[in-house]
Write a protein that binds this ligand. Structure first.
Ligand SMILES: Nc1ncnc2c1ncn2[C@@H]1O[C@H](COP(=O)(O)OP(=O)(O)OP(=O)(O)O)[C@@H](O)[C@H]1O
Ligand code: SF4
Ligand SMILES: [Mg+2]
Length: 366
């Protein structure tokens, strides 16, 4: 049995991080989203690089965005554009040869970048949680589901009666649409969709303020994918957590998210509401992405229909990284790197077509 059960005083470990940690199930239930006026997460000028033999791979290059409490942001872009690197960096899970080269990750106003390993270990799950495609395979095959969830809670300093812990686990299972008896089962007794629901229950067991979901459904078949996305939606509504959903599938993410951020070659080149991005795409890359999905309502396509390939992220030439593939390219695009332009309505685009300080003959097509 994974858990010793009686009520203990809060552990030193639970108090040591910079975040205030709940120590009982009751405190945990009340620890969810408060009425903080601060954004749930505020990322400023984040740079995540890999050292490689060919040079420095700028996988996330000066990315900035803000996510309000309870907001749902989808990050899309072709394979290799830096989505997973960004998601892992937000969790401070970047492993060598990768490293965070600079920037801030303000979670409810507190910067995660300078936190040490132990502070960050506690912040994970309690403040920011990760659900990945492979989360369901990370379940311990020889432990009952409820014991695995108990362990996560205990490891984060929760001390309470066995009954309270068990009731919390049952609540978590119900929230992801599973019956209580799943708690007594072992992973091999569950289907892929059930395992991914368990992964969502585990990820949200400490009421995190932010959930990073990196392609949480791509290992599942289409029907189960939709069910798991509905589960994630319900959990998001119930907990009020902000969610960053990383995905390839425009149709699927558009149904889930409030806003879409489009990444290209390590940069966040376009960000706006789902409606803005889909109905009025501005950045030439976003336009091509949207056009590559024949029918957003019905069809589910991977983002592969754009001519050309993204550049290697080492030794990028000057100017706009999208220039070699851009239908609107002009001479200036090969010389000057585009800035992040605020075009109003919380919409940002990184393209000279929207920069009034840059002379573009093709302006007006955007
Ligand atoms: N360990 C590593 N060493 C060197 N380069 C790496 C390493 N891991 C990732 N990269 C590079 O970083 C870039 C971003 O990779 P990342 O996995 O973040 O992309 P992604 O957008 O998540 O792609 P996908 O859609 O395929 O999941 C890629 O160019 C990749 O080759
Ligand atoms: S800056 Fe130039 S090359 Fe880059 S996306 Fe805009 S128009 Fe295209
Ligand atoms: Mg990825």
């Amino acid at each position: 049995m994974a858990v010793d059960t009686t009520i203990n005083a809060p552990t030193e470990r639970a108090q040591s991080g910079r975040f205030e940690m709940p120590t009982t199930i009751d405190e945990l239930r009340r620890s969810g989203i408060g009425d903080s006026p601060l954004p749930a997460i505020d990322v400023n000028d984040l740079k995540v690089y890999y050292d490689s033999e060919a040079g420095i791979v700028k996988a996330v290059d000066s990315v900035s965005f803000t996510l309000q409490q309870g907001e749902r942001l989808a990050l899309v872009g072709e394979s290799g554009c830096g989505k997973t690197t960004l998601g892992m960096a937000l969790m401070k899970l970047t492993k060598p040869p990768g490293y965070i080269d600079g920037g801030e990750i303000l979670l409810d106003g507190r910067d995660l970048v300078p936190l040490n390993d132990e502070e960050m270990r506690l912040a994970r799950l309690a403040e920011i949680a990760l659900v990945t495609q492979s989360a369901m395979n990370a379940l311990n095959p020889v432990m009952r589901i409820e014991d695995q969830i108990f362990d996560g809670l205990i490891d984060h300093g929760i001390r309470d009666t066995k009954e309270n812990l068990r009731n919390h686990v049952y609540d978590l299972l119900r929230r992801v649409g599973l019956r209580e008896n799943v708690g007594r089962m072992y992973p091999h007794e569950l289907s892929g969709g059930m395992k991914q629901r368990v992964a969502i229950a585990t990820g949200t067991s400490m009421n995190p303020k932010v959930i990073v979901a990196d392609e949480p459904t791509s290992a599942l078949d289409v029907v189960v994918q939709r069910q798991v996305m509905m589960t994630l939606s319900r959990v998001q509504r119930d907990t009020g957590a902000a969610v960053i959903l990383i995905g390839h599938d425009m149709g699927l993410v558009a149904q889930f998210a409030d806003r879409i951020g489009v990444m290209y070659a390590g940069k966040l080149v376009d960000i706006g509401t789902v409606q803005q991005i889909i109905e009025e795409p501005k950045h030439p890359y976003t336009k091509l992405l949207i056009n590559s999905v024949p029918d957003l309502e019905e069809k589910r396509e991977r983002l592969t229909g754009i001519p050309g390939i993204p550049p290697p992220l080492v030794d990028l030439p000057p100017g706009c990284v999208f220039a070699p593939r851009c239908p609107s390219v002009e001479d200036v695009c090969n010389e000057l790197e585009p800035r992040d332009i605020d075009i109003g309505d919380s919409r940002h685009v990184m393209c000279h077509l929207f920069d009034e300080d840059v002379n573009m003959a093709g302006r007006g097509v955007g």
